[in-house]
Write a protein that binds this ligand. Structure first.
Ligand code: C2E
Ligand code: MG
Ligand code: MG
Ligand code: MG
Length: 290
């Protein structure tokens, strides 16, 4: 009994904790079943050229339509999927499904664009990862050049030689690699130089704080310069207002993403957005052109 241990000690397992543990076990069982029950969906958010609002890419974002709990956000189930290893079949499903969608869009005449898919550190460490990716690409009939894998800084902190090897192999195959949520992790400039990173995605916290103080724009400018000097693309995440867009344009940031342009949308909405500008380059919305 925890009480018997004396004052000042935490109970080992409170009723609240027990409830949480039970809920977690249930969620895990649901997560296991979700793939077979077709409860996962992918939403897409445009990545936009800030100069002219042209859509240059689409980021695939996983959604879970739980039978009782409704729509569950990735942050609420991906950590559990990572802990249980379920992220491996789940991540493969995301890649396969998203590549299939891209193939359909391109076959329907949509101008070339890049598909961005988020990859968990657990996936990158899986020995079968490279083969899985190349197989999926070949089977879905898209070009490796059309695919960008988004990884986070945390995975690079460890700098294990196997991860470097994996990234180099993917790069050699023609796939692009981007560094997601850039600036939030432990940024060693060393790995930026040594790894085949094509794109930096400035974390949306920097964009949100853009006008909070005079230092914020300088930080963004520094990331832009860093990216330019290393020959990388830079994408600003989380653009929500005209003011943010104008400031980023003035700073010569070339690409962005955020609710200002579009919230993530389901596949059919994405397909109709992409095909709504026949013959011309797809734009996110003419009124967004500033
Ligand atoms: P992320 O890759 O950084 O994706 C961007 C997140 O920011 C998305 O949240 C998106 O809906 C949100 N967002 C986009 N524009 C704005 C904006 O203007 N304002 C605000 N406040 N938010 C914006 P979401 O879809 O909830 O995804 C959260 C995270 O979950 C993603 O962050 C990514 O790390 C992870 N994730 C999503 N799908 C997958 C997946 O298929 N596999 C893996 N491993 N992780 C995924
Ligand atoms: Mg991402
Ligand atoms: Mg991000
Ligand atoms: Mg994120």
């Amino acid at each position: 009994q925890a009480k018997a241990l004396g004052r000042g000690r935490c109970e080992v397992f409170s009723p609240a904790m027990r409830l949480r543990a039970v809920a977690l076990v249930r969620l895990e069982a649901d997560l296991r079943a979700a793939l077979e029950r077709d409860e996962f969906h992918i939403h897409y958010q445009p990545i936009v050229s800030l100069k002219d609002s042209r859509i240059v890419g689409m980021e695939a974002l996983l959604r879970w339509q739980h039978p009782h709990q409704g729509l569950i956000a990735p942050s609420d189930f991906i950590p559990l999927a990572e802990d249980t290893g379920l992220i491996l079949p789940m991540g493969e499903w995301v890649l396969r499904t998203a590549c299939g969608h891209l193939k359909t869009w391109l076959d329907n005449g949509v101008p070339p664009l890049r598909l961005a898919v988020n990859i968990s550190p657990v996936q990158l460490k899986d020995p079968g990862f490279t083969d899985m990716v190349t197989t999926v690409i070949k089977e879905s009939g898209i070009k490796p050049d059309n695919l960008e894998l988004e990884i986070t800084e945390t995975v690079l902190m460890e700098q294990t030689s196997s991860i470097v090897e994996v990234l180099l192999k993917l790069k050699a195959f023609g796939i692009h690699i981007s560094l997601d949520d850039f600036g939030t992790g432990y940024s060693s400039l060393n790995y930026l130089q040594n790894l085949p990173i094509d794109t930096l995605k400035i974390d949306r916290s920097f964009i949100r704080k853009l006008f909070f103080n005079q230092e914020q724009p300088k930080i963004i400018e520094t990331i832009l310069t860093l990216g330019n000097n290393l020959g990388m693309e830079v994408i600003a995440e989380g653009i929500e207002t005209t003011e943010q867009l104008k400031k980023l344009q003035a700073m010569k940031c070339r690409q962005g993403q955020g609710f200002f342009f579009s919230r993530p949308m389901d596949e059919s909405a994405a397909a109709s957005l992409l095909s709504s500008f026949p013959g011309a380059k797809t734009k996110v919305a003419p009124e967004r052109l500033l």
